[in-house]
Design a protein around this ligand. Structure first.
Ligand SMILES: N[C@@H](CCC(=O)N[C@@H](CS)C(=O)NCC(=O)O)C(=O)O
Length: 206
């Protein structure tokens, strides 16, 4: 069995990196310098034509898109390790939140950054578009806060790869300056997840 993981620190790959560490499966990491076009082409050219991380190559098959990789890891290794639900309604709930992180939460924050961040090119910045994105992000954060309720983890009592994925997205939101104080349950859940040894190990390495 061979697993090769293409990643860059502080990127979408961090979500998958966290899951790999939680699972404790052996893998080879290939670090990619996203600011170096030649390095991206050399390392990613044959495994992801989009030239983006993360990519996971399992026994010669390349998988890209972080949500797809998380689902794959969950199904392939996570069920037996108690980190992903077996097929059934709970599995459906896991898929729902994994996809939501990318296409709803992440999309709104990405749009907000594009239209409001000082790191975004001036010609892409727009106050009305930023306001719309901020409203969409707030709506998503409210949905998550209400869904979390009094559960310690997204799927209930047990920590799962879904928590790795979402908490990693929330780390990105924090890095972007999104204030989670209005969402105390989310805030406490992020802190609980961030305290996991696997995450602390990765934080030290990057
Ligand atoms: N939707 C993709 C996003 C992947 C992505 O945008 N990765 C960024 C890092 S956060 C990247 O590799 N960018 C390289 C580049 O644009 O040059 C996923 O969730 O995996």
């Amino acid at each position: 069995m061979s697993l090769t993981f293409y990643y860059a620190p502080m990127s979408t790959a961090s979500t998958v990196h966290w899951s790999l560490e939680e699972l404790g499966v052996p893998y080879e990491g290939v670090r990619v310098d996203l600011l170096d076009a030649a390095d991206k082409k050399k390392k990613l050219g044959s495994v992801n034509a989009n030239l983006k991380v993360p990519v996971l190559v399992h026994d010669g098959t390349a998988i890209f898109e972080s949500a797809a990789i998380q689902i794959y890891l969950g199904e392939t290794f996570g069920v037996e390790k108690g980190l992903f639900p077996a097929p059934g309604p709970k599995r459906g709930e896991a898929l729902k939140w994994l996809v939501w992180a990318n296409v709803t939460l992440g999309e709104a924050n990405g749009r907000l950054m594009r239209h409001a961040s000082e790191r975004s090119p001036a010609e892409l910045r727009s106050a009305p578009a930023a306001e719309q994105a901020r409203n969409d992000l707030d709506a998503a954060l409210r949905v998550f806060e209400d869904a979390l309720g009094d559960k310690p983890y997204v799927l209930g009592r047990e920590f799962s790869l879904v928590d790795c994925h979402l908490a990693s997205f929330f780390q990105w939101l924090g890095f972007c300056g999104v204030d989670l104080k209005p969402y105390p349950k989310t805030n406490a859940w992020v802190a609980r997840c961030n305290d996991r040894p696997a995450n602390l190990r990765l934080m030290q390495e990057s």
